[in-house]
Design a protein around this ligand. Structure first.
Ligand code: ZN
Length: 475
């Protein structure tokens, strides 16, 4: 197998090569930007969904599923939303041989599919809060270059939609979502900043948007997901009202929380290295690969032992795979490192006879595991691997930021930049132009790499109201 491109100097080529060589996605389908989930990639996706479902359901959200097609009349009700998505939607205009009376939109997100029904479901204050989520495919006609998991036209999408009694309760729901995402990201070993987007970059129709961004080398960042407070911007046009305890009627306040298969791309981009992908154990398609290293006469016996060990691990809730292929062991090690499996077990005849097996984690750290205590010892090795994966990611994260005090420092920056910003749109655009990217907004909570508030706006120099903002090149 050819060597991977260099991650530092050719990050996009590196990313595409890893996704392909690890067999996470097949891009040869006949529609650009609509990729095939391979068996290996689908395992990662299923494990990711399990984490998302666990954490969102822990906050009292329940699963629903709405249809993929939305009548144009419903799609058109919220004018900012339309402006935001109009250029990106796929239309269904024919049913069989006839033109449809009302054309249908293939959902880009599901506000306009869900809210007409929310207007029927919500009647009284007793129906609130209404917290539901769905994991479905959404469709966007991307005109930019598509990339597996990061920018696709058919998106594996998680979206929570909620109705709350008032603005304050919707704000509480936003906080709850931020906390849920913190738990999800911890499972993925992904450090990130929650950043309140500037007015010109918030979700179409939102009152405000908070997005999660992670640095992926140089000044580049990847948005991992977002949470939006809608106030009553959608409930007014969709007529979602409830009767208060005193008998009066009022509009609900709404929130949404969106995540996608991008998280798999982020895992590749953040944790991967010169050897390929590296999966955190919760998401790893396989947590352990068992490789028999036989001499000719011991092959059958070793393969039987390998199968038995894998079965024991499976029973202990650890996903294991036995590689029975005919390749040399070295070629197998190379491939499973590329595919990002956290731990491999090497079974040699002498060791097995002595009741032991060699373990090597994705970072190349070797150990010896006793067959008698296999389940416990492997679980411990996997925990150590996750700790190390997270530690390395946090270390790179901390080194990814630097303060800039002059617009000239933004050009060709090799870090994500923290800048003083007065909050004006004109200065925001000046910063974006200088970094040839975006002003992601102001961090919620502590800002990395800084001590105290900024002294002035990097663009206009005003000292009044200057706050830290993040300037980067989002991909
Ligand atoms: Zn300014």
């Amino acid at each position: 197998m050819a060597e991977l491109p260099d991650k530092r100097t050719a990050p996009v080529d590196w990313y595409l090569a890893v996704v392909e060589a690890a067999d996470l996605s097949d891009k040869r389908y006949g529609v650009k930007g609509m990729n095939v989930w391979t068996r290996y990639g689908f395992r990662a996706r299923r494990n990711l969904d399990r984490v998302l479902v666990r954490e969102i359901e822990a906050t009292g959200s329940e699963a629903v599923e709405f249809p993929a097609l939305i009548p144009a009349t419903e799609f058109a009700k919220e004018k900012e939303y339309i402006k935001g998505f109009d250029a990106q939607v796929y239309w269904v205009t024919k049913g069989g041989l006839s033109e449809l009376d009302v054309p249908l939109v293939l959902r880009p997100t599901s506000e306009t599919a869900i809210y007409p029904i929310f207007a029927l479901w919500v009647r009284s204050h007793q129906d609130l809060p209404l917290n539901v989520y769905q994991i479905v495919n959404t469709f966007r006609y991307e005109t930019k270059t598509t990339r597996p998991f990061l920018r696709v036209r058919e998106i594996h999408f998680f979206e929570e939609h909620t109705c709350q009694a008032d603005e304050a309760r919707a704000t509480e729901r936003v906080r709850s979502n931020l906390a849920a995402f913190a738990r999800m990201a911890a499972s993925l070993g992904l450090p990130y900043l929650a950043i309140r987007r500037p007015e010109w970059d918030k979700f179409a129709g939102a009152y405000y948007s908070i997005a999660f961004d992670t640095p992926i080398g140089g000044a580049r960042t990847l948005q991992l997901g977002s949470v939006h407070h809608y106030r009553d911007n959608f409930s007014v046009p969709y007529g979602i009202t409830y009767e208060r305890a005193d008998g009066s009627r009022t509009y609900v306040h709404q929130t949404t929380f969106g995540l996608s298969e991008r998280l798999i791309g982020a895992i590749v981009a953040v944790h991967g290295d010169e050897r390929g992908a590296a999966f955190p154990t919760e998401i790893a398609p396989y947590e352990v690969v068992v490789v028999p290293v036989p001499t000719a006469p011991t092959r059958a016996a070793l393969e039987a032992t390998a199968a038995e060990l894998a079965a024991r691990l499976d029973r202990a809730g650890i996903r294991a795979f036995v590689d029975r292929g005919d390749e040399r062991p070295g070629a197998k090690y190379f491939r499973w490192e590329l595919k990002g499996v956290p731990l491999r077990l090497e079974l040699g005849p002498r060791e097995v006879a002595a009741g032991r097996v060699t373990s090597v984690d994705r970072f190349g750290r070797k150990g010896s595991v006793s067959l008698a205590g296999l389940e416990t010892e492997i679980a411990e090795r996997l925990r150590e691997f996750d700790d190390e994966l997270g530690r390395r990611a946090r270390e790179r994260f901390a080194a990814s930021f630097a303060v800039a005090t002059d617009l000239a420092q933004l050009a060709g920056s090799d870090r994500v930049r923290l800048v003083g910003w007065c909050g004006s749109e004109a200065c925001g655009h000046a910063i974006e132009k200088a970094i040839d990217g975006a002003l992601l907004g102001t961090p919620e909570g502590p800002t990395p790499a800084v001590d105290g508030p900024p002294s002035r706006c990097i663009a206009c120099g005003t000292t009044e109201g200057a706050r830290w903002a993040v300037a980067a090149q989002p991909v």
